[in-house]
Design a protein around this ligand. Structure first.
Ligand code: GLC
Length: 668
């Protein structure tokens, strides 16, 4: 039914209607005609169409799409000069990029005083529509991403024209990827309006009409070549690694490195003790003795025991205020957070590696009560809901200080601390790319620490209001394996191992139940504060393999999932397994825990892959690690593409774990 409105009524309707105008990059003026395609314009167009038919359906909102060059004079005087330009009631809302949907909905909602519009959220699109049936091809890529390289090589070799957008150079390209696919993975290719994620050759052949028989080969699938070494070469590498450990060793403990890490670090000392077991077990025992001298009376083992002779470190004891706990051993200075309990797993090897079995057993007797107390602490103090999953209270407790896993939970912390400013200044003095976490998080770290010392490190109290409580995959996998190994140690010295095997079993079940995401076929950390999985594609998702946590079938699923990501598994060209999926828009091969290869993580992964039948992959990883150390040196971490050594040089755990791998090959 049509209702005829008089002029007055028409004006009233006009006044109440929100007018959206999209000026897209098209049109002509005098002799100029725009021929270039504009992907942002098409994405904007698709998003606006979608909003009109969903969130804004039935609302008094009108949308007009106009070619910019035919109309540029209408917006240029309002400050709009870079298409796509979106105006809301004549005012420029955004230009040069795809409009921000939540902001747009909030603007419209506010004008119409309609809360339901403000709260109606994001738009995920699966097909980009262009006003004139866009036929150009756009590829979102990054140079480091192996699947992107395959895709570009396919397009180039088959003579297909495309416009490429490097996500490492453009923030708006990164945002487009997220908006188009709801994820951070690349490559993304838009072909005839279809959005395809990843390199799907058969789908592209269909869409582009490339016949398999005409198809030119993409960069040939890369054969992983397993490096081989002569025994004399291995002996040389072994000696070099021993020299690193001995150089970093003080009287009775070892610094992770002499420059940046001049104190006693918790999980570092665990790995280091395994290195010593191979050539001087007494040093391994002394290392752990020294570490556990810093154990608090409740069993907690801090992540740093400070070297009293070196008081220049920041953040030092004054930052942690560990004494507030009343639990620090007399005369010791420690931090107030922990690290993954790797120690039982490392030292359990003494029974095989120490030629003096009596000595090994006597050390087991000495260390067992301390290890048990540490594990008891985690089960009783750090599992607030008795789920058999330990939670960490600070990103650094994970050992993976700067991993992308913490971005979301940290961003959600809005409180700030008294310390923040002071700390930022200190950090700026120390900062050097690769060594330090993101500056924007420093305030949040300080807030977390402040909350701990203000609550006197009373964990029960802290877990009631702490804004960062995460059940980590890596942490709990390490704990599970350590419980099994502590069970072995207990048996060797004639104690009952039941409690340990029982706890290992419970942690395993809990990891499989709560941290496994059926739909994605992978393990994710769980954020207790926001009650959700942290779905970031880091390699730490695969750590349950080394602890034998998934059953055969789940293990297969996990390995299949691994194959769909860019972790340098099959047809990819890199030096070992990176810490972050190389096909993520924020992958950074040089920034610590956000992409580089770490020796300890690869060492665990190889053991996991071997257990689940991927022997060749395991062999490739381990030999590549030895090769890296040999060619580049014993670095803290390495660029996965170039193999360049990064972070600290002569890093202790790198040397210790290389000793383990080399000794195994030399059958020492
Ligand atoms: C870095 C690492 C941490 C390690 C420490 C000392 O902070 O992230 O895992 O323990 O250095 O090496």
């Amino acid at each position: 039914m049509h209702v005829l409105l008089d002029k007055k009524q028409e004006n009233m309707v006009k006044k109440k209607t929100v007018r959206l105008t999209l000026y897209r990059y098209a049109g002509k003026f005098l002799f100029f005609r725009i021929k270039k395609r504009c992907t942002e314009c098409n994405i904007s167009y698709t998003i606006l169409q979608r909003l009109m038919s969903e969130q804004l359906h039935g609302k008094p909102v009108a949308l007009r799409i106009v070619p910019w060059l035919d109309n540029f004079w209408k917006v240029i005087w309002r400050g709009g000069w870079h298409a796509p330009i979106l105006t809301v009631n004549g005012k420029v809302f955004s230009q040069g990029r795809v409009p921000d949907v939540p902001k747009l909905l909030s603007t419209i909602g506010k004008i119409l005083k309609d809360k339901s519009i403000i709260q109606s959220g994001e738009v995920k699109i699966d097909k980009v529509i262009s006003p004139e049936k866009e036929s150009a091809i756009t590829v979102y890529f990054s140079p480091a991403c192996p699947h992107c390289r395959l895709l570009l090589s396919y397009l180039n070799n088959n003579g297909i024209q495309y416009s490429g957008k490097d996500v490492t150079l453009s923030e708006s390209a990164r945002k487009d990827v997220e908006r188009l696919t709801g994820r951070l993975s690349i490559p993304v290719i838009i072909v005839k309006g279809e959005i395809i994620q990843g390199f799907d050759k058969s789908r592209l052949n269909d869409l582009l009409g490339v016949l398999p028989e005409d198809e030119k080969p993409v960069k040939a699938d890369i054969q992983k070549i397993i490096p081989h070494f002569t025994n004399s070469r291995l002996r040389e590498i072994h000696q070099k690694a021993v020299n690193v450990l001995d150089k970093n060793r003080l009287k009775c403990w070892t610094m992770p490195s002499t420059r940046l890490y001049p104190h006693l670090w918790n999980w570092d000392s665990g790995f280091i003790s395994l290195g010593y077991l191979h050539y001087d077990p007494e040093k391994a025992y002394t290392e752990l003795r020294s570490l556990f001298r810093g154990q608090w009376s409740d069993g907690f083992l801090p992540h740093i025991i400070f070297n009293p002779e070196y008081n220049n470190h920041f953040p030092g004891p004054g930052y942690w205020k560990a004494d507030n706990s009343g639990k620090v051993p007399a005369g010791k200075f420690t931090s107030g957070i922990g690290q993954p309990p790797v120690h039982a797993t490392m030292i359990a090897r003494a029974i095989k590696l120490d030629p003096d079995k009596e000595r090994a057993l006597s050390f087991f007797k000495e260390i067992y009560p301390k290890l048990k107390k540490l594990h008891d602490f985690y089960f009783t103090q750090r599992d607030p809901y008795s789920e058999n999953l330990v939670s960490i209270v600070h990103p650094w407790e994970s050992g993976l200080d700067n991993a992308p896993l913490w971005d979301e939970p940290l961003a959600a912390i809005t409180d700030t601390s008294e310390w923040a400013l002071n700390m930022q200044q200190k950090y700026d003095e120390l900062a050097q790319k690769g060594d330090r976490p993101k500056r924007i998080y420093i305030e949040k770290y300080s807030y977390l620490v402040e909350n701990m010392y203000k609550n006197n490190y009373n964990w029960e109290k802290i877990s009631e209001n702490h804004p960062f409580l995460i059940q980590g995959v890596l942490f709990n996998s390490i704990l599970c394996k350590s419980e099994l190994d502590l069970g072995n140690i207990a048996e060797f010295i004639g104690y009952s191992a039941d409690i340990h095997y029982d706890r290992a079993d419970k942690v395993k079940m809990a990891i499989n139940k709560k941290l496994f995401d059926e739909a994605e076929g992978i393990y994710y950390n769980f954020d207790l504060v926001h009650q959700k999985h942290i779905k970031r594609d880091t390699i730490f998702s695969y750590m349950p393999l080394f602890a034998g946590i998934p059953d055969r079938e789940m293990g297969k699923t996990v390995l299949d999932t691994l194959g769909t990501h860019c972790f340098c598994i099959a047809d990819m060209d890199c030096v070992a397994i990176p810490s972050y999926d190389m096909c993520q828009v924020d992958f950074d091969g040089e920034f610590y825990w956000r992409g580089p290869v770490w020796i300890n993580i690869n060492w665990y992964l190889a053991q996991g892959f071997r257990q689940y039948g991927e022997t060749e992959l395991a062999e490739w990883i381990e030999n590549s690690l030895i090769d890296l150390a040999d060619r580049k040196g014993f670095y803290e971490y390495y660029d996965p593409n170039s193999g360049i050594g990064l972070g600290e040089k002569d890093f202790s755990w790198t040397a210790a774990l290389i000793i383990d791998l080399v000794a195994d090959r030399l059958k020492l």
